[in-house]
Ligand binder design. Sequence first.
Ligand SMILES: CC(C)(COP(=O)(O)OP(=O)(O)OC[C@H]1O[C@@H](n2cnc3c(N)ncnc32)[C@H](O)[C@@H]1OP(=O)(O)O)[C@@H](O)C(=O)NCCC(=O)NCCS
Length: 178
Amino acid sequence: MIIKKATNSDLNDVLRIETEAFGHSKESNLVNDLLNDDSAKPRLSLLAMDDDGAVGHILFTRVRITGNEDALSAMILAPLAILPSAQGKGVGGELIREGLRQLSESKVHLVFVLGHPGYYPRFGFRPAGVHGFDAPYPIPAKDAAAWMVQELKPGTIGSFSGRIICADTLNKPEHWRE
Ligand SMILES: CC(C)(COP(=O)(O)OP(=O)(O)OC[C@H]1O[C@@H](n2cnc3c(N)ncnc32)[C@H](O)[C@@H]1OP(=O)(O)O)[C@@H](O)C(=O)NCCC(=O)NCCS
């Protein structure tokens, strides 16, 4: 398994993985829009490759935190997609870990995700709301555990708080409903 940065020439693979993993084109369209959205920069777009080609994709895009725009560098993981035939083999985990490693090298302080609370905590994510980080749109109480954060710079959580503002593409209510 190799993980590489996705380039423009990988766009077809990226969009195909998103469509097949989710079974519809919503996330594929979202990724395409984010890759063309200047407010999403800096981005980190990674592809997992096995012997048969690309099998997984992960995208991180920039977010801002109200009141701390200049003090904090933060990103959001959205989306993560693995081809159905490659799921359950650790590919998602490898993409998350490598992404976090590269973001840490880039001096990112915080990474957010809205995702499965049974999956992401094993990679270091924990509930964000209770630590004072509000999602762009209110998350219903029953889904509060799905809104998560992790610090790549120790001491960030507890020292800062605020509302997260995503790239224009992601900062729309339809992406924050169930
Ligand atoms: C969810 C997904 C990214 C996980 O990637 P993966 O490579 O299959 O997962 P890994 O092999 O790294 O990890 C497997 C573990 O994740 C768990 N897992 C997979 N999907 C899960 C889900 N929807 N909710 C909770 N846990 C999940 C598995 O139960 C397994 O747990 P175990 O190790 O305790 O047996 C992948 O299955 C996928 O692309 N699914 C469709 C798209 C999607 O839902 N993306 C996530 C958006 S937040």
